[in-house]
Design a protein around this ligand. Structure first.
Ligand code: DX5
Ligand code: ZN
Length: 216
């Protein structure tokens, strides 16, 4: 069963709670929460207080995507404010194994993330240690960009690597996913799909239904 993880970066923040309720009503179970620090990526989004506020009101699985330098500094904080899974960029730290271990020690699931220019070989040493690999399909930093088609080739390569090792970890895609390309992303090997603007711009519930119908 493939998973849709709506990214609240594209939600209407005036009505954030209502946006979350709308995806819940369509049986969505994951929420993708993008944290940006203005250093690893140019933008600054939101952080722990917003996540903690959401955590009080929803049972959704919180898939946190850290786009921050040296994520090891903040693992405890994100665990405390309600993360279920913490993704961090391997380009953002020299302490990949230590960061994986710190997330695990707090009882949270672990995802490692790569930008479009990072080769898939970079994740190979860590595959046995993680629950998920997030393959970015746009340059991280902004919602509403167009998917870079070559990134789907990387998804195929990660899926093949994971299968060759006999592992069953999740592969997530993030960036530019829409009704027109989501089936292709799933066919390439992604089983967790992030969508921001394709969910939250316009008719949220209708958008979720359209995406789910294409995902299988
Ligand atoms: C971009 C973020 C994404 C973003 C996706 O850096 O990681 O999660 O919200 O937005 P869309 O689906 O609009 O490309
Ligand atoms: Zn993201």
């Amino acid at each position: 069963m493939n998973i849709l993880a709506p990214s609240i970066l594209s939600a209407d923040f005036w009505n954030l709670g209502e946006a979350v309720r709308q995806v819940e009503q369509e049986k969505v179970r994951w929420l993708h929460i993008d944290v940006m620090d203005g250093m690893f990526v140019p933008s600054i989004s939101y952080g722990m207080p917003v996540i903690a506020g959401l955590r009080k009101r929803t049972e959704l699985f919180f898939d946190i995507h850290l786009m921050i330098e040296r994520p090891e500094r903040y693992i405890q904080d994100f665990a405390d404010c309600g993360a279920d899974l913490i993704n961090f960029h391997i380009e953002a730290t020299e302490q990949v194994e230590e960061t994986i271990a710190a997330i695990r020690a707090l009882g949270k699931k672990v995802g490692i993330t790569i930008k479009p220019d990072t080769p898939v070989a970079a994740v190979e040493p860590y595959l046995e240690l993680v629950d998920m690999v997030l393959v970015m399909t746009v340059e991280p930093g902004f919602g509403g960009q167009k998917l870079i088609p070559q990134c789907l080739e990387k998804v195929r390569e990660v899926r093949a690597m994971v299968a060759a090792k006999g592992l069953s970890i999740d592969i997530e895609v993030d960036g530019g996913i829409c009704a027109e390309n989501v089936a292709e992303a799933v066919a390439a090997g992604a089983n967790v799909v992030v969508a921001g603007s394709a969910v939250f711009k316009g008719d949220v519930r209708g958008n979720v239904r359209t995406l789910l119908a294409q995902m299988g």
